[in-house]
Design a protein around this ligand. Structure first.
Ligand SMILES: NC(=O)c1ccc[n+]([C@@H]2O[C@H](COP(=O)([O-])OP(=O)(O)OC[C@H]3O[C@@H](n4cnc5c(N)ncnc54)[C@H](O)[C@@H]3O)[C@@H](O)[C@H]2O)c1
Ligand SMILES: O=P(O)(O)OC[C@@H](O)[C@@H](O)[C@H](O)[C@H](O)CO
Length: 378
């Protein structure tokens, strides 16, 4: 049984690769980081440490391929793989689509491709990128034989500063939910996957709670000079603002999906305590990375804020505040942060926000964010 996983980074090694290996798959990681690939090929195994415990897992039967230099080998690996997964980041899906298309068109049997990215409809979006690289007949073959089930993945895996390049420290908690309807052939037998018929409530609950909360911590935390999420959580005023933002996104989720209110509030508290794990050093720059993506219309801040206006019919105060803080986010090592600040210099904070969030000037959220920007400027 072979699996190909694109992206040997934090979540790739620390979560997806570990579960694939435990399920008995020979796992081939595909990445552009030559150093990582060399290490994987030399060691053929690596260690996953569970933060806050003395438990570790040995992930075995792994190897690596370079997605640029080893294209023919990547195509062959895809041809032979039963399952293909990705954790490369939403913006990279279009980049890996050409090689995926070539590999999938070599397959003789049905198979599944699962994008494990923080976005709604990730596998479906990847499918559309792949289909752009196929002619009409090839498109039909892919649509008929390859499943692209959407999925939601949850496990906090910070950037690693380990002596050993491959070792990765992760939080013990994890959740991987995969939608059944798009699967082709048999369901992949992977312990740890929860199969559901409709992923929408699960991905929205995850993205608009875990990732919304994380974004509040990162952008307000950075604004107030903190470096790690744990430091932010130790500031009671900001912790309360995170809880407040999650009550706003939660009000929408409860209304939209009829979640039990008490159970959802318990979920929020669990998420807050996950952010407080003293054995995880997660930097605000990782959690706040790619602010243009995070301020997009379907992402963790604007989507729940716009829905709050629709469902609750009031201005989302806490969500508007964190959006405003995101507009002050600077990090010279983050391409999107640099691009956002450039846009702000050219057009001003509110015009830049309208552009990335795709909102009109008279939208109530724009007014609410403007008020918060003025407040933060003081
Ligand atoms: N880290 C987490 O806590 C976490 C949790 C859940 C979901 N995710 C999602 O998983 C995805 C990856 O996040 P991460 O934290 O592991 O990031 P990461 O930067 O640690 O890993 C991404 C990897 O993709 C590789 N990559 C870049 N371009 C590539 C290409 N063209 N071909 C192959 N590989 C390429 C990078 O070299 C890197 O090793 C994101 O969508 C993220 O939202 C992350
Ligand atoms: O990966 P991003 O950039 O979409 O978001 C940063 C973090 O919020 C994210 O990686 C979380 O750690 C993860 O989603 C937890 O499951």
């Amino acid at each position: 049984m072979k699996a190909v996983h694109f992206g040997a980074g934090n979540i790739g090694r620390g979560f997806i690769g570990a579960l694939l290996s435990q399920a008995g798959y020979e796992t081939i990681f595909v990445d552009v980081n030559g150093e990582l690939i060399n290490e994987l090929n030399q060691k053929r195994s690596y260690q996953v440490d569970l933060a806050g415990t003395d438990r570790s897992l040995e992930v075995t039967n792994v190897s690596g391929l370079n997605s640029i230099n080893d294209e023919q080998a990547v195509i062959k690996a895809i041809e032979e793989a039963e399952i293909i997964t990705t954790a490369v980041g939403p913006n990279i899906l279009s980049v890996i689509a050409p090689v995926l298309a070539k590999g999938l068109l070599h397959k003789k049997e049905k198979g599944n491709v699962i994008a494990c990215e923080n976005m709604v409809g990730g596998s479906e979006i990847l499918k559309n990128h792949i289909l752009e690289h196929a002619d009409a007949e090839e498109k039909d073959w892919i649509i008929e034989n390859i499943g692209f089930p959407n999925s939601a993945v949850d496990r906090i895996v910070p950037d690693q500063h380990q002596e050993d390049l491959l070792t990765v420290k992760v939080e013990p908690y994890f959740e991987w939910v995969v939608e059944t309807t798009a699967i082709k052939g048999g369901r992949p037998e992977i312990k740890g996957i929860t199969y559901v018929d409709d992923l929408t409530p699960y991905i929205e609950r995850k993205l608009f709670t875990v990732n919304t909360g994380h974004a509040v911590a990162a952008y307000l935390g950075k604004f107030h000079g903190y470096q790690t999420i744990k430091q932010v959580m130790d500031d009671p005023a900001i912790k309360e603002k995170i809880r407040g933002a999650l009550q706003e996104s939660g009000a929408v989720l409860i209304e939209k999906y009829k979640f039990d209110e008490e159970v959802h509030y318990e979920y929020i508290e669990t998420i807050l305590s996950r952010f407080e794990n003293p054995d995880l050093s997660d930097e605000v720059t990782r959690v706040g990375r790619a602010p243009i993506r995070k301020l997009g219309p379907n992402d963790r801040l604007v989507q729940p804020a716009v829905s709050y206006l629709e469902y609750v019919k009031e201005d989302p105060v806490r969500l508007a505040e964190v959006i405003a803080a995101a507009l002050f986010y600077e990090n010279e090592k983050d391409e999107e942060a640099v691009e956002l600040q450039k846009l702000i210099t050219e057009k001003g904070r509110i015009n830049a926000f309208k552009e990335v969030a795709e909102l009109d000037s008279d939208h109530r959220l724009v007014k609410a964010v403007e008020a918060q920007v003025h407040h933060l400027e003081k």
